[in-house]
Design a protein around this ligand. Sequence first.
Ligand SMILES: NC(=O)c1ccc[n+]([C@@H]2O[C@H](COP(=O)([O-])OP(=O)(O)OC[C@H]3O[C@@H](n4cnc5c(N)ncnc54)[C@H](OP(=O)(O)O)[C@@H]3O)[C@@H](O)[C@H]2O)c1
Length: 294
Amino acid sequence: MKVLVLGATGLLGTEIMQVLQERGIRALGAARSGADLTVNIADPLALFRLLVRVDADTVINCAANVNLAQCEDDPEMAYRVNGAPAGVLSAWSQQTDGRFLQVSTDNYFTGTEKTKHDEQAIIGLANAYAASKFSGETMAREAPNSLVVRTNICGARKGFGRWVLDSLTDRAPIGVFTDYYTSTMHVRACAEALADLLVTKHTGLVHLGSSEVSSKAEFVRAVADELQIDPDWIEDRSARGMSPARALSCGMDVSKAESWLGRKLPGLSETVRSLVSEDERCVTHMTSNLAAAG
Ligand SMILES: NC(=O)c1ccc[n+]([C@@H]2O[C@H](COP(=O)([O-])OP(=O)(O)OC[C@H]3O[C@@H](n4cnc5c(N)ncnc54)[C@H](OP(=O)(O)O)[C@@H]3O)[C@@H](O)[C@H]2O)c1
């Protein structure tokens, strides 16, 4: 098998490259810089040429612009990066019967509850990022050998996971949303599951995330708990009225993924343990706590 990973330098792409390497699967990574191959996927011809040159039998697309504010300011850019490339990849898949995994988002669902949405749940497009990702999903699903994977990830390297660890270990002022719900999974568990799904024949749409839905506030407090930090300075906040607007009830029902994978997906405490154990400062913090406890 020869796999092309688009977005190979990102939070998820880096982890996927590692997992594929560990499994002895030949993988080439692409991004605008810093990867095996250089490409700007917003240029359809450049992407098409890359596909011809690499001649992979499988493509995982985890390249994206995940910055909601940038997407809102420039919806055309959002579409060119997050939407249109899936059309090129879909055409490639249809012509070659190549396997195509399109990584997508959970930033879609309507409602305000802490609930689990399955793959049939009604979609609302609250912002330009969601609209661009959904156009990508629609184009990807045109290809019979494609699988669209909606997820939500955290890792210690960057993004939400990095922010939580930094804020807690530095005791930085921090406001946490009590009414914004996700099924955030650790990026390593996500990459492992994607590598498993790659070699199956499953197609269509699947939700891949933690088996437990939590609010951002619950997530941050669970990290504090793991670090044995009393988060007495943390402020509870509401995500309503945020700009850009976002879907607040993003919990996913992951039972379809669990049945395909033949295993239960990690819950909140396992996700938090993976996040904390990835970060050297946190490990040092926990070790000194243990030493102090005797
Ligand atoms: N992070 C989350 O919390 C989250 C939540 C839900 C869903 N997702 C989805 O998960 C996937 C991976 O997200 P991530 O957090 O790993 O993103 P990330 O860390 O921001 O990485 C994005 C990757 O895409 C590449 N990229 C961006 N624009 C590109 C372009 N025009 N041409 C070629 N490559 C480009 C980046 O490299 P260069 O910038 O160097 O090109 C980087 O390798 C995305 O589909 C995202 O929508 C993420």
